[in-house]
Design a protein around this ligand. Structure first.
Ligand code: PLP
Length: 427
């Protein structure tokens, strides 16, 4: 038979699982166990030699199962399946997106290093960078959405720490405004500052595109990170994270994970295996729905501006980057309502089908107010520069009928009273 490369969605039900090792069960059972029995003491010794890197693995040898903080079949199968979407050598799953992010930052940064990061970033990441990394003496430079690569270079040079640049951390599209940055451009910048004995790494939080619509490793990034709580889990019933990259970097990530002990539990891994079977159909439907929602909002008189990749104007730099880097606009739609917090809250309080909750990427549609919720801890002056203002509302679009979603948005916007004075102020 001819060799045939299956698409990832065709492999999500079976890849990496051997029924004969589990009584022929068609589905991978939950390996709800803390430890694994060695056949002999010699076998236990051999497994530990590999786990602790005391000797090289022979060609035919696989790391045996030892203890669920080090390895577990549910985690290994999940990691193998997740690796297919991003064409990564390896993957490590974590107990949350934040623990994936903080483990990567802790492993690859040390006191005195310089970290360059794009703004805005997820509220938790923003906190970790500004509070924890500052505390351990890591210098940081935040790049604002309007800044060019020339300006970024100038900031690195002006910092006097160019030789200490260790990592560029990007979130694109960014939560909550869908701001995008060019991964390939930043990868070139990282190469420029790399030397024979120091590689400047590029890590990308790809949560907003899930593993489907953007593949940062293919654009030159070294590590890709996910809050798997979002599209990958997809049902608002678990918290998890993932990191993917080449074998050399992933050994370091997995080693730190072993000692921090922040791997995902077998049960959560099993839930994610189930989620992955429908990842593509869910995400395809969600992005289709989101385009309809974004277009509806874009023509509504009570909506001032819509932040959605599917509405980017042709000919702009952001549009060029989007077309080069992403294969779909995603299911996250943010918009400025005419007015401010009062109008935004009136809209949120009147939704009937969509739920007022943080998180995203799930089968049900959610709505929230970034300025007072997910991004409440972000510096107010910086918020303004990143368009995170009182009038911004963030929607995550699910798999419901678009007729019902539009009905809901319509009736909630209908109930928003725009006061005379507000209208005058807005001219
Ligand atoms: C939710 C989120 C995170 C944090 O993930 P948790 O699973 O909640 O820890 C990180 N980055 C982005 C972009 C997110 O949306």
């Amino acid at each position: 038979m001819n060799k045939h490369d299956f698409n990832p969605e065709s492999l999500m039900m079976t890849y990496g699982y051997k029924p004969e090792l589990s009584e022929g069960a068609i589905k991978c059972p939950i390996f709800q166990t803390s430890t694994f029995v060695f056949k002999t003491a010699e076998e236990g010794k051999a497994f530990f030699e590999l786990a602790y890197g005391l000797r090289q693995k022979s060609d035919t040898e696989e790391l045996g199962l030892i203890y669920s903080r080090i390895n577990n079949p549910n985690l290994e199968i999940l990691e193998n399946r997740l690796s297919l979407w991003d064409k990564a050598d390896d993957c490590a799953v974590f107990e949350s997106g934040m623990s994936a992010i903080s483990t990567v930052l802790l492993e690859f940064l040390q006191p005195g290093d310089l970290l360059v990061f794009s703004n805005p970033v997820y509220g938790g990441t923003d906190h970790f960078i500004h509070h924890f990394l500052a505390k351990i003496g890591v210098h940081t430079i935040g790049v604002m959405p309007h800044q060019s690569m020339e300006e970024v270079k100038a900031m690195i040079e002006a910092s006097g720490k160019a030789d200490k640049l260790a990592m560029i951390y990007l979130e694109t599209p960014a939560n909550p405004t869908n701001n995008i940055v060019d991964i390939a451009d930043f990868s070139l910048l990282a190469k420029k500052y790399s030397t024979d004995d120091k590689q400047v790494l590029v890590a990308v939080d790809n949560t907003y595109m899930g593993p489907l619509w953007q593949h940062p490793l293919q654009c030159g990034a070294d590590l890709v990170l996910y809050s798997a709580t979002k599209y990958i889990g997809g049902h608002s019933d678990l918290i998890a994270g993932a990191v993917l990259g080449n074998a050399e970097l992933m050994i370091r990530v997995k080693t730190l994970r072993t000692f921090l002990g922040n791997m995902v539990s077998p049960h959560t891994a099993w839930l994610m295996l189930r989620s992955l079977e429908t990842l593509k159909v869910r995400m395809d439907q969600q992005t289709k729905n989101a385009q309809v929602v974004a277009e509806y909002l874009n023509q509504h008189p009570k909506v001032e501006k819509v932040y959605y990749l599917g509405l980017l104007e042709e000919g702009t730099d952001k549009y060029t980057t989007y077309r080069k880097q992403c294969s779909a606009p995603g299911a996250m739609v943010s918009f400025d309502i005419v007015g401010g917090e009062r109008e935004a809250f009136a809209f949120l309080n009147n939704l009937k089908l969509m739920k007022l909750a943080v998180s995203l990427g799930s089968t049900e549609s959610l709505a929230e107010h970034p300025k007072t919720m997910t991004h409440a801890g972000v510096d107010p002056e910086q918020c303004k520069q990143m368009n995170i203002t009182a009038k911004l509302v963030r929607l995550s679009i699910g798999v419901e009928s678009t007729k019902d979603l539009i009905w809901d948005l319509d009736q909630a916007l209908e109930k928003v009273a725009i006061t005379e004075s507000k209208n005058e102020v807005l001219g």
